[in-house]
Design a protein around this ligand. Structure first.
Ligand SMILES: NC(=O)c1ccc[n+]([C@@H]2O[C@H](COP(=O)([O-])OP(=O)(O)OC[C@H]3O[C@@H](n4cnc5c(N)ncnc54)[C@H](O)[C@@H]3O)[C@@H](O)[C@H]2O)c1
Length: 384
Protein backbone atom coordinates (compact mmCIF):
# COMPACT_ATOMS: atom_id res chain seq x y z
CA UNK A 1 0.00 0.00 0.00
CA UNK A 2 1.35 3.42 -0.96
CA UNK A 3 2.43 5.79 1.77
CA UNK A 4 0.83 9.21 1.37
CA UNK A 5 2.22 12.56 2.48
CA UNK A 6 -0.06 15.59 2.87
CA UNK A 7 1.51 19.03 3.19
CA UNK A 8 -0.66 21.65 4.92
CA UNK A 9 -3.07 20.67 7.70
CA UNK A 10 -5.73 23.32 6.98
CA UNK A 11 -9.32 22.67 5.84
CA UNK A 12 -8.23 20.77 2.75
CA UNK A 13 -5.09 18.99 3.98
CA UNK A 14 -6.73 17.59 7.09
CA UNK A 15 -9.66 16.29 5.01
CA UNK A 16 -7.35 14.72 2.42
CA UNK A 17 -5.34 12.99 5.17
CA UNK A 18 -8.59 11.58 6.57
CA UNK A 19 -9.64 10.24 3.16
CA UNK A 20 -6.25 8.55 2.56
CA UNK A 21 -6.17 7.01 6.03
CA UNK A 22 -9.77 5.79 5.77
CA UNK A 23 -8.70 4.05 2.57
CA UNK A 24 -6.00 2.18 4.51
CA UNK A 25 -2.88 4.20 3.70
CA UNK A 26 -0.17 5.20 6.12
CA UNK A 27 -0.26 9.01 6.06
CA UNK A 28 2.19 11.72 7.09
CA UNK A 29 0.39 15.04 7.63
CA UNK A 30 2.83 17.93 7.82
CA UNK A 31 2.32 21.59 8.71
CA UNK A 32 4.80 24.20 9.88
CA UNK A 33 2.17 25.57 12.25
CA UNK A 34 1.91 23.39 15.38
CA UNK A 35 -1.50 24.86 16.29
CA UNK A 36 -2.92 23.77 12.92
CA UNK A 37 -1.57 20.25 13.42
CA UNK A 38 -3.21 19.99 16.82
CA UNK A 39 -6.45 21.35 15.40
CA UNK A 40 -6.34 18.78 12.58
CA UNK A 41 -5.72 15.95 15.05
CA UNK A 42 -8.50 16.91 17.48
CA UNK A 43 -10.86 17.75 14.57
CA UNK A 44 -10.35 14.27 13.10
CA UNK A 45 -10.96 12.62 16.48
CA UNK A 46 -14.29 14.50 16.77
CA UNK A 47 -15.35 13.68 13.20
CA UNK A 48 -14.61 10.00 13.69
CA UNK A 49 -16.37 9.95 17.04
CA UNK A 50 -19.53 11.17 15.29
CA UNK A 51 -19.15 8.46 12.64
CA UNK A 52 -18.87 5.84 15.41
CA UNK A 53 -21.99 7.27 17.13
CA UNK A 54 -23.90 7.01 13.84
CA UNK A 55 -22.57 3.44 13.49
CA UNK A 56 -20.94 4.28 10.15
CA UNK A 57 -17.60 2.92 11.42
CA UNK A 58 -16.56 0.86 14.44
CA UNK A 59 -14.56 2.22 17.39
CA UNK A 60 -11.68 -0.02 16.28
CA UNK A 61 -11.83 1.51 12.76
CA UNK A 62 -11.75 4.97 14.26
CA UNK A 63 -8.66 4.08 16.26
CA UNK A 64 -6.80 2.57 13.33
CA UNK A 65 -7.69 5.55 11.06
CA UNK A 66 -6.15 7.84 13.68
CA UNK A 67 -3.15 5.56 14.26
CA UNK A 68 -2.30 5.52 10.56
CA UNK A 69 -1.76 9.31 10.54
CA UNK A 70 1.61 10.61 11.67
CA UNK A 71 1.64 14.35 12.45
CA UNK A 72 4.88 16.06 11.45
CA UNK A 73 6.26 19.58 11.56
CA UNK A 74 9.04 18.97 9.07
CA UNK A 75 8.90 17.79 5.45
CA UNK A 76 11.88 15.52 6.14
CA UNK A 77 9.26 13.02 7.46
CA UNK A 78 8.06 12.62 3.85
CA UNK A 79 11.19 10.65 2.92
CA UNK A 80 9.42 7.28 2.53
CA UNK A 81 6.22 8.59 0.88
CA UNK A 82 5.11 7.45 -2.59
CA UNK A 83 2.78 10.41 -3.21
CA UNK A 84 2.71 13.86 -1.65
CA UNK A 85 -0.40 16.02 -1.94
CA UNK A 86 0.35 19.67 -1.25
CA UNK A 87 -2.46 21.79 0.24
CA UNK A 88 -0.75 24.94 1.54
CA UNK A 89 -1.53 28.58 0.85
CA UNK A 90 -2.63 29.49 -2.73
CA UNK A 91 0.55 31.33 -3.70
CA UNK A 92 2.59 30.29 -6.74
CA UNK A 93 6.01 31.43 -5.51
CA UNK A 94 5.59 29.66 -2.16
CA UNK A 95 4.31 26.48 -3.84
CA UNK A 96 7.30 26.48 -6.24
CA UNK A 97 9.81 26.81 -3.40
CA UNK A 98 8.11 24.03 -1.46
CA UNK A 99 8.01 21.65 -4.47
CA UNK A 100 11.70 22.10 -5.15
CA UNK A 101 12.43 21.47 -1.47
CA UNK A 102 10.23 18.33 -1.47
CA UNK A 103 12.12 16.91 -4.42
CA UNK A 104 15.36 16.93 -2.46
CA UNK A 105 13.75 14.75 0.26
CA UNK A 106 11.58 12.17 -1.50
CA UNK A 107 12.53 9.12 -3.58
CA UNK A 108 13.08 9.27 -7.35
CA UNK A 109 9.66 7.70 -7.98
CA UNK A 110 7.53 9.75 -5.58
CA UNK A 111 4.67 11.64 -7.26
CA UNK A 112 4.27 15.29 -6.25
CA UNK A 113 0.71 16.62 -6.51
CA UNK A 114 -0.80 20.03 -5.84
CA UNK A 115 -4.35 20.65 -4.66
CA UNK A 116 -4.28 24.19 -6.08
CA UNK A 117 -7.68 25.61 -7.11
CA UNK A 118 -6.43 27.81 -9.91
CA UNK A 119 -2.64 28.02 -10.26
CA UNK A 120 -0.70 26.66 -13.22
CA UNK A 121 0.54 23.10 -12.68
CA UNK A 122 3.14 23.68 -15.42
CA UNK A 123 4.66 26.55 -13.38
CA UNK A 124 4.78 24.44 -10.22
CA UNK A 125 6.30 21.51 -12.16
CA UNK A 126 8.93 23.81 -13.69
CA UNK A 127 10.38 24.34 -10.20
CA UNK A 128 11.29 20.62 -10.08
CA UNK A 129 14.22 18.67 -11.59
CA UNK A 130 11.78 15.91 -12.56
CA UNK A 131 8.70 17.88 -13.70
CA UNK A 132 7.20 14.71 -15.19
CA UNK A 133 6.34 13.54 -11.66
CA UNK A 134 4.24 16.64 -10.90
CA UNK A 135 0.43 16.71 -11.32
CA UNK A 136 -2.67 18.54 -10.07
CA UNK A 137 -5.06 16.54 -7.86
CA UNK A 138 -7.89 18.92 -7.03
CA UNK A 139 -10.22 17.89 -4.21
CA UNK A 140 -13.39 19.79 -3.34
CA UNK A 141 -14.33 20.96 0.12
CA UNK A 142 -14.98 19.03 2.38
CA UNK A 143 -12.67 16.39 0.90
CA UNK A 144 -14.09 13.39 2.84
CA UNK A 145 -17.65 14.15 1.65
CA UNK A 146 -17.25 15.46 -1.89
CA UNK A 147 -17.16 12.52 -4.30
CA UNK A 148 -15.47 14.35 -7.17
CA UNK A 149 -11.90 15.33 -8.12
CA UNK A 150 -10.16 16.99 -11.04
CA UNK A 151 -6.89 15.39 -12.20
CA UNK A 152 -4.71 17.90 -14.00
CA UNK A 153 -1.62 16.78 -15.88
CA UNK A 154 0.70 19.65 -16.84
CA UNK A 155 2.36 19.66 -20.26
CA UNK A 156 5.44 18.15 -18.56
CA UNK A 157 3.55 15.39 -16.64
CA UNK A 158 4.34 11.84 -17.80
CA UNK A 159 1.55 9.46 -18.77
CA UNK A 160 2.77 7.09 -16.06
CA UNK A 161 2.28 9.80 -13.39
CA UNK A 162 -1.23 10.56 -14.63
CA UNK A 163 -2.20 6.89 -14.83
CA UNK A 164 -0.85 6.02 -11.38
CA UNK A 165 -2.44 9.07 -9.74
CA UNK A 166 -5.81 8.48 -11.33
CA UNK A 167 -5.84 4.76 -10.51
CA UNK A 168 -5.02 5.55 -6.91
CA UNK A 169 -7.76 8.17 -6.51
CA UNK A 170 -10.28 5.94 -8.31
CA UNK A 171 -9.42 3.21 -5.78
CA UNK A 172 -10.52 5.69 -3.07
CA UNK A 173 -14.03 5.45 -4.61
CA UNK A 174 -13.93 9.01 -5.87
CA UNK A 175 -15.11 10.15 -9.31
CA UNK A 176 -12.24 11.64 -11.30
CA UNK A 177 -12.09 13.58 -14.55
CA UNK A 178 -9.01 14.60 -16.48
CA UNK A 179 -8.86 18.29 -17.27
CA UNK A 180 -6.48 20.63 -19.03
CA UNK A 181 -4.05 22.79 -17.08
CA UNK A 182 -5.96 26.05 -17.64
CA UNK A 183 -7.09 28.70 -15.11
CA UNK A 184 -9.76 27.37 -12.74
CA UNK A 185 -9.67 23.94 -14.50
CA UNK A 186 -13.33 22.88 -15.07
CA UNK A 187 -15.35 23.77 -11.99
CA UNK A 188 -13.76 27.06 -10.98
CA UNK A 189 -13.90 28.26 -14.58
CA UNK A 190 -17.44 27.21 -15.52
CA UNK A 191 -18.88 28.41 -12.18
CA UNK A 192 -17.61 32.00 -12.50
CA UNK A 193 -20.90 33.43 -13.91
CA UNK A 194 -22.86 31.97 -10.99
CA UNK A 195 -21.20 34.66 -8.88
CA UNK A 196 -20.28 37.24 -11.53
CA UNK A 197 -23.66 37.53 -13.24
CA UNK A 198 -25.49 37.56 -9.91
CA UNK A 199 -23.30 40.46 -8.79
CA UNK A 200 -23.90 42.25 -12.08
CA UNK A 201 -27.68 41.85 -11.74
CA UNK A 202 -27.42 43.35 -8.25
CA UNK A 203 -25.18 46.21 -9.42
CA UNK A 204 -27.68 47.14 -12.13
CA UNK A 205 -30.34 47.43 -9.42
CA UNK A 206 -32.49 44.69 -10.95
CA UNK A 207 -32.84 42.88 -7.61
CA UNK A 208 -31.32 42.65 -4.14
CA UNK A 209 -29.21 39.77 -2.76
CA UNK A 210 -32.13 37.93 -1.15
CA UNK A 211 -34.26 38.05 -4.31
CA UNK A 212 -31.42 36.79 -6.52
CA UNK A 213 -30.73 33.95 -4.05
CA UNK A 214 -34.46 33.12 -3.95
CA UNK A 215 -34.63 32.98 -7.77
CA UNK A 216 -31.67 30.60 -8.00
CA UNK A 217 -32.81 28.26 -5.23
CA UNK A 218 -36.60 28.29 -5.59
CA UNK A 219 -36.87 28.61 -9.36
CA UNK A 220 -33.46 27.23 -10.38
CA UNK A 221 -33.21 24.35 -7.91
CA UNK A 222 -29.66 25.27 -6.80
CA UNK A 223 -28.85 24.24 -3.22
CA UNK A 224 -27.60 27.72 -2.29
CA UNK A 225 -28.06 31.10 -3.90
CA UNK A 226 -24.92 32.91 -5.15
CA UNK A 227 -24.75 35.43 -2.28
CA UNK A 228 -25.31 32.82 0.41
CA UNK A 229 -22.65 30.68 -1.26
CA UNK A 230 -20.14 33.54 -1.55
CA UNK A 231 -20.69 34.32 2.14
CA UNK A 232 -20.09 30.65 2.88
CA UNK A 233 -16.90 30.41 0.79
CA UNK A 234 -15.67 33.81 2.01
CA UNK A 235 -15.70 36.95 -0.12
CA UNK A 236 -11.94 37.32 0.30
CA UNK A 237 -11.33 33.79 -1.03
CA UNK A 238 -13.94 33.94 -3.79
CA UNK A 239 -12.77 37.39 -4.92
CA UNK A 240 -9.11 36.22 -5.01
CA UNK A 241 -10.01 33.25 -7.24
CA UNK A 242 -12.05 35.53 -9.55
CA UNK A 243 -9.20 38.02 -9.83
CA UNK A 244 -6.63 35.28 -10.47
CA UNK A 245 -8.80 33.62 -13.16
CA UNK A 246 -9.40 37.04 -14.80
CA UNK A 247 -5.66 37.88 -14.90
CA UNK A 248 -4.76 34.36 -16.07
CA UNK A 249 -7.14 34.68 -19.02
CA UNK A 250 -5.31 37.82 -20.16
CA UNK A 251 -8.15 39.97 -18.82
CA UNK A 252 -10.91 38.43 -20.90
CA UNK A 253 -13.98 40.60 -20.01
CA UNK A 254 -16.03 37.43 -19.48
CA UNK A 255 -14.21 36.92 -16.19
CA UNK A 256 -14.13 40.53 -14.98
CA UNK A 257 -14.39 40.69 -11.16
CA UNK A 258 -17.03 42.79 -9.45
CA UNK A 259 -16.41 46.01 -7.50
CA UNK A 260 -19.25 45.09 -5.15
CA UNK A 261 -17.43 41.94 -4.10
CA UNK A 262 -14.11 43.79 -3.91
CA UNK A 263 -15.63 46.38 -1.55
CA UNK A 264 -17.17 43.67 0.64
CA UNK A 265 -13.80 41.98 0.83
CA UNK A 266 -11.97 45.28 1.54
CA UNK A 267 -14.46 46.08 4.29
CA UNK A 268 -13.73 42.76 5.98
CA UNK A 269 -17.28 41.59 5.16
CA UNK A 270 -16.05 38.12 4.25
CA UNK A 271 -19.29 36.33 5.08
CA UNK A 272 -20.11 33.77 7.76
CA UNK A 273 -16.58 33.60 9.12
CA UNK A 274 -16.49 37.35 9.88
CA UNK A 275 -20.15 37.57 10.95
CA UNK A 276 -21.06 39.88 8.07
CA UNK A 277 -21.04 39.49 4.33
CA UNK A 278 -23.86 40.18 1.90
CA UNK A 279 -25.99 39.15 4.88
CA UNK A 280 -25.68 39.88 8.58
CA UNK A 281 -24.86 36.76 10.62
CA UNK A 282 -24.86 38.36 14.04
CA UNK A 283 -26.91 36.67 16.76
CA UNK A 284 -30.18 38.57 16.51
CA UNK A 285 -29.99 39.55 12.86
CA UNK A 286 -33.02 38.81 10.70
CA UNK A 287 -32.35 37.70 7.13
CA UNK A 288 -34.02 39.96 4.55
CA UNK A 289 -37.09 38.67 2.72
CA UNK A 290 -36.87 38.24 -1.06
CA UNK A 291 -39.31 39.88 -3.43
CA UNK A 292 -41.20 36.81 -4.61
CA UNK A 293 -42.01 38.10 -8.08
CA UNK A 294 -42.12 35.11 -10.42
CA UNK A 295 -41.49 37.08 -13.58
CA UNK A 296 -38.49 38.88 -12.11
CA UNK A 297 -37.21 35.64 -10.57
CA UNK A 298 -37.42 33.81 -13.91
CA UNK A 299 -35.58 36.66 -15.64
CA UNK A 300 -32.75 36.49 -13.05
CA UNK A 301 -32.51 32.69 -13.14
CA UNK A 302 -32.49 32.54 -16.96
CA UNK A 303 -29.79 35.20 -17.27
CA UNK A 304 -27.43 33.43 -14.86
CA UNK A 305 -28.20 29.99 -16.30
CA UNK A 306 -27.49 30.93 -19.93
CA UNK A 307 -24.18 32.50 -18.86
CA UNK A 308 -23.26 29.25 -17.06
CA UNK A 309 -24.27 27.17 -20.09
CA UNK A 310 -22.19 29.40 -22.36
CA UNK A 311 -19.12 28.89 -20.16
CA UNK A 312 -19.70 25.13 -20.08
CA UNK A 313 -19.98 25.10 -23.89
CA UNK A 314 -16.77 27.11 -24.20
CA UNK A 315 -14.91 24.71 -21.90
CA UNK A 316 -15.91 21.88 -24.28
CA UNK A 317 -15.09 24.00 -27.35
CA UNK A 318 -11.57 24.61 -26.00
CA UNK A 319 -11.07 20.92 -25.12
CA UNK A 320 -10.81 21.55 -21.38
CA UNK A 321 -12.99 18.46 -20.91
CA UNK A 322 -15.75 16.48 -22.68
CA UNK A 323 -19.49 17.27 -22.49
CA UNK A 324 -19.96 14.33 -20.15
CA UNK A 325 -17.10 15.37 -17.87
CA UNK A 326 -18.13 19.04 -17.70
CA UNK A 327 -21.64 17.98 -16.65
CA UNK A 328 -20.20 15.49 -14.16
CA UNK A 329 -17.88 18.15 -12.71
CA UNK A 330 -20.67 20.65 -12.08
CA UNK A 331 -23.14 18.14 -10.64
CA UNK A 332 -20.65 16.21 -8.48
CA UNK A 333 -18.08 18.93 -7.73
CA UNK A 334 -20.45 21.79 -6.83
CA UNK A 335 -23.81 20.00 -6.58
CA UNK A 336 -25.57 21.78 -9.46
CA UNK A 337 -29.07 20.36 -9.83
CA UNK A 338 -28.44 19.34 -13.44
CA UNK A 339 -25.53 19.16 -15.87
CA UNK A 340 -25.32 22.52 -17.67
CA UNK A 341 -25.09 21.00 -21.14
CA UNK A 342 -27.96 18.63 -20.43
CA UNK A 343 -29.86 21.76 -19.36
CA UNK A 344 -28.89 23.41 -22.66
CA UNK A 345 -30.28 20.42 -24.54
CA UNK A 346 -33.56 20.61 -22.64
CA UNK A 347 -33.92 24.35 -23.27
CA UNK A 348 -32.66 23.97 -26.83
CA UNK A 349 -29.28 25.44 -27.88
CA UNK A 350 -31.05 27.90 -30.22
CA UNK A 351 -33.16 29.24 -27.36
CA UNK A 352 -30.05 29.72 -25.16
CA UNK A 353 -28.22 31.42 -28.03
CA UNK A 354 -31.12 33.77 -28.78
CA UNK A 355 -31.21 34.95 -25.16
CA UNK A 356 -27.43 35.41 -25.03
CA UNK A 357 -27.31 37.27 -28.34
CA UNK A 358 -30.06 39.59 -27.07
CA UNK A 359 -27.87 40.48 -24.06
CA UNK A 360 -24.87 40.96 -26.34
CA UNK A 361 -26.82 43.26 -28.66
CA UNK A 362 -28.18 45.28 -25.78
CA UNK A 363 -24.96 45.67 -23.77
CA UNK A 364 -22.34 45.54 -26.56
CA UNK A 365 -20.03 43.91 -24.05
CA UNK A 366 -17.72 41.00 -24.83
CA UNK A 367 -18.84 39.45 -21.56
CA UNK A 368 -21.99 38.26 -23.37
CA UNK A 369 -20.34 36.83 -26.50
CA UNK A 370 -21.62 33.36 -27.30
CA UNK A 371 -19.27 30.40 -27.46
CA UNK A 372 -18.63 29.31 -31.04
CA UNK A 373 -19.70 25.80 -30.05
CA UNK A 374 -23.08 27.02 -28.78
CA UNK A 375 -23.61 28.90 -32.05
CA UNK A 376 -22.61 25.85 -34.12
CA UNK A 377 -24.95 23.56 -32.18
CA UNK A 378 -27.80 26.04 -32.55
CA UNK A 379 -27.22 26.51 -36.28
CA UNK A 380 -26.99 22.77 -36.89
CA UNK A 381 -30.04 22.10 -34.73
CA UNK A 382 -27.93 19.65 -32.73
CA UNK A 383 -27.78 18.77 -29.05
CA UNK A 384 -24.55 18.77 -27.03
N1 LIG B 1 -10.78 25.78 0.87
C1 LIG B 1 -11.28 25.27 -0.23
O1 LIG B 1 -12.52 25.25 -0.44
C2 LIG B 1 -10.38 24.67 -1.26
C3 LIG B 1 -10.91 23.76 -2.21
C4 LIG B 1 -10.05 23.16 -3.14
C5 LIG B 1 -8.70 23.49 -3.16
N2 LIG B 1 -8.21 24.40 -2.24
C6 LIG B 1 -6.76 24.69 -2.30
O2 LIG B 1 -6.12 23.93 -1.28
C7 LIG B 1 -5.00 24.66 -0.76
C8 LIG B 1 -5.16 24.83 0.75
O3 LIG B 1 -6.37 25.50 1.02
P1 LIG B 1 -7.04 25.49 2.48
O4 LIG B 1 -8.37 26.08 2.31
O5 LIG B 1 -6.88 24.13 3.09
O6 LIG B 1 -6.07 26.52 3.25
P2 LIG B 1 -5.87 26.71 4.81
O7 LIG B 1 -5.44 28.11 5.00
O8 LIG B 1 -7.04 26.18 5.58
O9 LIG B 1 -4.63 25.74 5.15
C9 LIG B 1 -3.32 25.94 4.66
C10 LIG B 1 -2.36 25.29 5.64
O10 LIG B 1 -1.06 25.28 5.07
C11 LIG B 1 -0.11 25.56 6.09
N3 LIG B 1 1.10 26.05 5.43
C12 LIG B 1 1.28 27.20 4.79
N4 LIG B 1 2.52 27.25 4.27
C13 LIG B 1 3.13 26.08 4.60
C14 LIG B 1 4.40 25.53 4.33
N5 LIG B 1 5.30 26.18 3.62
N6 LIG B 1 4.68 24.29 4.81
C15 LIG B 1 3.75 23.61 5.52
N7 LIG B 1 2.53 24.08 5.79
C16 LIG B 1 2.22 25.31 5.34
C17 LIG B 1 -0.81 26.56 6.98
O11 LIG B 1 -0.24 26.55 8.28
C18 LIG B 1 -2.25 26.04 6.98
O12 LIG B 1 -2.47 25.12 8.03
C19 LIG B 1 -4.94 25.96 -1.57
O13 LIG B 1 -4.08 25.79 -2.65
C20 LIG B 1 -6.39 26.13 -2.03
O14 LIG B 1 -6.50 26.91 -3.19
C21 LIG B 1 -9.02 24.97 -1.30
Amino acid sequence: MLKIGVLGAGSMGSGIAQVASQCGHEVVLCDTNAVQLEKAQSGLAKTLEKLVEKEKISAADSQSIQNRIQYANSVSEFEKCDLIIEAIIENLEIKKTVFSQLESIVSETCILASNTSSLSIASIAAACKKPERVIGIHFFNPAPLMPFLEIIPAVQTSEATTKKSRELIDSWKKITVLTKDTPGFIVNRVARPFYGEALRIYEEGIADFATIDWAMTELGGFKMGPFTLMDYIGNDVNYAVTESVFASFYYDPKFKPSLTQKRHSEAGWFGRKSGRGYYDYSKDAVLPEPKRDLELGQQIFSRILIMLINEAADAVFLNIASVKDVDLAMTKGVNYPKGLLQWANELGPQNVLTQLDALYDEYREDRYRASVLLRRKAQAGQAF
